[in-house]
Design a protein around this ligand. Structure first.
Ligand code: AMP
Ligand code: ZN
Length: 473
């Protein structure tokens, strides 16, 4: 049974979605004002790992990830770049998606944008005012923390000991309580000049950051969702505030399992511009390749810090290449070996289900990918030993099928004919599978044509769809 560490209870808990067999996940996405760094992608990959693991375990999964396309940073930097907010955030949204493809991260069901959900935010603010949990001051709307006794239940911070002025924003001196946070901010004159505002009952406003996630999560899934994902830095105040907003309005639990990923650091230090140790994804993908970077991220449990260095990446690359070599050898044998029974066949066939059990148990233990990689390496050793003398097709096929189940769960070795299949094609094939599952043949045929136009063909086999480069292209 799947056990997931829940930040809310600080315990590993048996995972139980609201609807049996179906999981709703909301993950905080990027603020699109610059190139995301490799740390951001570690957290985006965590969402993908949770999705793939749940799918491997047989759940139907829906992931929604927001795009923060309006906030202080996007407004400030679009101005500096001499661009409209929309053009500026579109540019960095495109970079974000390119990065997802580099890491073979499956697309979420939806990527709602903050600017497209402001009506819902105004409605939520209104509701909170009606409940006495929010108030307007100077054209901004603030959340009244004193009205929500559960405030602090996620971060477990001792608010009495937080010295005002030290860690609390005192600039917004017009608030009733310095810890109250803005739900909607009165637009500044220069924002209005740039048409960055929305009409509201309190005048021209723009959304605060926290309210967007409450609104987009509840719009996607209703008042309660199964899993909410983000980096540890979001526990406070962002997720604490999401709980206050959502539960304040609905009176029922907002999230069943809070999953937070630890940070990526570089050679023992926090990434920071001043230290010059901030890496963008294309920089390291160029050095190691997307699959190696992905494998490197998976080699550390998500609740531990990942200390990136060249040595660490090289080590991951070696381990990745060893696993890849075994796969190549298996595929070579499947094409070239004459089928023949041998003495090691039964023993090998018996080992495979044991390995799969251990692989599943590792992932069921709070998504323990490093432990699962250890099992994967054992499978690789088993395969190599068998390949020395074994020639039984059934055994080779079963080893290969298990190898593919492991690698698909990790999202690696997504190749056709030795060449990397573009993320776009992989995504379309997945979409087509979804359509086929619900017997939506019209959509599935349309997607097949789209895939063809990109130079690939899908073959439906017993083990699932196979992607090949089409001859004509
Ligand atoms: P942002 O674009 O800053 O809103 O961040 C997007 C995601 O990346 C959030 O879930 C953050 O918690 C996460 N994040 C930020 N810095 C790091 C880091 N160094 N390592 C891992 N995740 C991070
Ligand atoms: Zn968020």
């Amino acid at each position: 049974m799947l056990q997931v560490y829940n930040t809310l209870t600080r315990n590993k808990e048996t995972f139980k979605p609201l609807k049996e067999g179906e999981v709703s996940i909301y993950a905080c996405g990027p603020t699109v004002y610059n190139m995301p760094h490799i740390g951001n992608y570690r957290t985006f990959l965590l969402a993908d790992t949770v999705v793939r693991t749940l799918q491997y375990l047989g759940y139907k999964v829906k992931l929604v990830m927001n795009i923060t396309d309006i906030d202080d940073k996007t407004i400030r930097d679009s101005k500096a770049a001499g661009m409209s907010l929309k053009d500026f955030t579109d540019k960095y949204s495109a970079e974000f998606f390119k990065g997802l493809d580099m890491l073979n991260i499956k697309r979420a069901s939806a990527y709602p944008r903050a600017t497209e959900n402001v009506d819902g935010m105004i409605e939520l603010a209104q509701k909170l005012i009606e409940k006495g949990l929010a108030y307007e001051k100077g054209g901004s709307v603030y959340y009244r923390i004193s009205g929500f006794p559960d405030y602090g239940k996620l971060s477990k911070l001792d608010f009495d000991s937080i010295r005002i002025g030290a860690s609390v924003d005192v600039d917004e001196y017009d608030k009733d309580n310095p810890r109250d946070f803005a739900l909607l901010k009165a637009s500044a004159p220069e924002e209005i000049e740039r048409s960055i505002y929305y009409e509201s009952p309190w005048g021209k406003i723009r959304p605060g950051w926290h309210i967007e996630c409450s609104v987009m999560a509840m719009n996607s899934f209703g008042p309660t969702l199964d899993v909410h994902i983000g980096g540890v830095d979001l526990i406070f105040p962002h997720h604490e505030n999401e709980i206050a907003q959502s539960e304040g309005a609905t009176g029922i639990p907002f999230v069943r399992h809070w999953v937070h990923g630890e940070h990526l650091i570089v050679e023992g230090e926090k990434m920071s511009k001043s230290k010059g140790n901030v890496f963008t994804l294309p920089e390291i993908v160029e050095m190691y390749g997307g699959e190696v970077v992905r494998f490197m991220f998976l080699s550390v449990h998500y609740r531990k810090k990942l200390d990136y260095s060249e040595t660490f990446a090289e080590n991951a690359k070696n381990n990745y290449l060893k696993l890849k070599e075994t796969l190549d050898n298996l595929e070579f044998a499947l094409k070239n070996v004459e089928d023949e029974p041998g003495p090691g066949d039964l023993e090998t066939l018996k080992t495979l289900p044991e390995l799969e059990n251990r692989f599943r148990e590792a992932l069921e233990d709070d998504f323990n990918t490093p432990k699962a990689i250890t099992v994967f390496r054992e499978l690789s050793r088993t395969a190599n030993v068998y390949l020395e003398t074994g020639k039984n097709m059934q055994v080779l096929e079963e080893i290969h099928a298990l190898y593919k189940r492991f690698s698909d769960t990790f999202g690696i070795f997504a190749k056709a004919g030795g060449e990397e299949v573009p993320g776009e094609v992989v995504r379309l094939v997945e979409e087509r599978e979804e359509a086929r599952k619900i017997k939506d043949w019209k959509t599935s045929d349309a997607i097949r044509e789209k895939i063809k136009s990109l130079g690939y063909i899908v073959q439906d086999t017993k083990e699932g769809p196979k992607i090949k480069k089409s001859e004509e292209s």
